[in-house]
Ligand binder design. Structure first.
Ligand code: PLP
Length: 357
């Protein structure tokens, strides 16, 4: 029996990066945190390198070290979480660029550069209103006041993050852009490159682009980049088919009861593979152009679909669960989730295939 398979289209990732790059006049980086949103940073990193990416972003130093092994020396790898004392070894060994978030992280960076007697390349993350990570304006002013504030450090990027970039009309957007400009105008950082925009910020327009953008989800085919090429295809084989009489139930909790005679197919994917249990109404498979609605609850390893009237539904036939017809955002809508969450939940049990055409 074939396993469920997840196909990741590397050419589509490159095309999405190029499309986002073409929307700005500035440098375009790439966010590959959480193992490239679950798609495999060891494959996604090198494919983006091929199309010209020279600035990568990860959340954790461990992710940065794994990425460095995949892409080799040269490109910058920024770490959003900054510099934690236990990261120092990795930061040096993998030449990572911590994005400093707090006065304590700045002190740690200076301590590291003194200890190793070599300049440490860093960036600054500023809080422009999201209140999640980064220096507040007054903290930054205090930290930069001493004349030796940045001794031993080479500052290559000043960044912040938008809270509402997927809502173009949200008043937070303009407020954060001007707050960012004001904080980043500090004389000590004035000539350092600036970055504010993730995928949503790229789409907001030039006022948000500054010197570098940092798209993530758009590369992987998700909203808010509506014109993205889909990147993932998820297919699962039919394991078993049975006829169910009117009045019989399917699955846990007897949550589905057949109103008329139905044919029910069982597929070997479940919530342990990222098909959230909340998926019920609205979730469907596709086979030969037919829509196969889910029937009953998603269980850990299995889902059941109504294949009544689908002539090609037989044991072994491959049903498409994610692709151009049902995107990560469609599935997210049905589960009360977002595309990011669908991607990063896909799990490790699929046969993974990388297509590059
Ligand atoms: C995740 C993240 C990004 C990428 O965001 P997308 O919406 O996926 O494009 C950029 N910057 C920061 C700070 C992030 O945490």
């Amino acid at each position: 029996m074939a396993r469920a398979s997840l196909t990741i289209d590397l050419a589509a990732i490159r095309a999405n990066w190029r499309a986002l790059d073409a929307m700005t006049e500035c440098e375009t980086g790439a966010v590959v945190k959480a193992d490239a949103y679950g798609l495999g940073a060891d494959q996604v990193g090198p494919t983006l390198l091929k199309v010209g990416v020279r600035n990568f972003f990860v959340a954790l130093a461990e992710e940065g070290a794994a990425l460095r092994a995949a892409i080799g020396p040269g490109p910058r790898i920024f770490v959003f979480s900054g510099l934690m004392p236990e990261d120092v070894g990795l930061v040096r060994a993998a030449a990572l660029v911590p994005l400093l978030n707090t006065p304590a992280q700045l002190l740690e960076a200076k301590r590291v550069s003194a200890k190793f007697d070599a300049p440490l390349t860093v960036g600054f993350q500023l809080d422009s209103g999201m209140n999640r990570l980064g220096f507040e304006a007054d903290e930054l002013a205090d930290a930069l006041a001493p004349s030796d504030a940045l001794s031993g450090l080479e500052v290559t990027l000043v960044m912040s993050h938008l809270a509402c970039a997927d809502e173009p009309d949200h008043m937070m957007n303009a407020a954060q852009a001007s707050a960012f400009s004001a904080i980043a105008a500090h004389p000590v950082l004035n000539s350092t490159p600036k970055s504010l925009a993730a995928t949503g910020g790229v789409l907001l327009g030039p006022a948000y682009h500054f010197d570098m953008t940092r798209p993530g989800i758009g590369l992987y085919g998700g909203l808010p980049f509506a014109d993205a090429r889909p990147v993932v295809t998820l297919e699962a084989p039919i394991l078993q088919i049975r006829d169910v009489a009117a009045g019989e139930i399917v699955g846990y909790g007897a949550a589905y009861e057949a109103a008329s005679p139905r044919r029910i197919a069982t597929l070997p994917v479940g919530y342990a593979d990222g098909l959230a249990r909340r998926l019920s109404a609205g979730f469907a498979g596709r086979l030969d152009g037919m829509t196969l609605p889910s029937a009953g609850r998603v269980s850990m390893d299995l889902v059941t679909l109504d294949v009544t009237g689908c002539a090609t539904a037989r044991e072994g036939a491959m049903v498409t669960l994610l692709g151009a017809d049902q995107t990560i955002d469609d599935l997210a809508d049905s589960a009360g989730a977002i595309g990011y969450e669908v991607l990063t939940s896909l799990g490790s049990r699929y046969a993974r295939r990388y297509r590059d055409a």
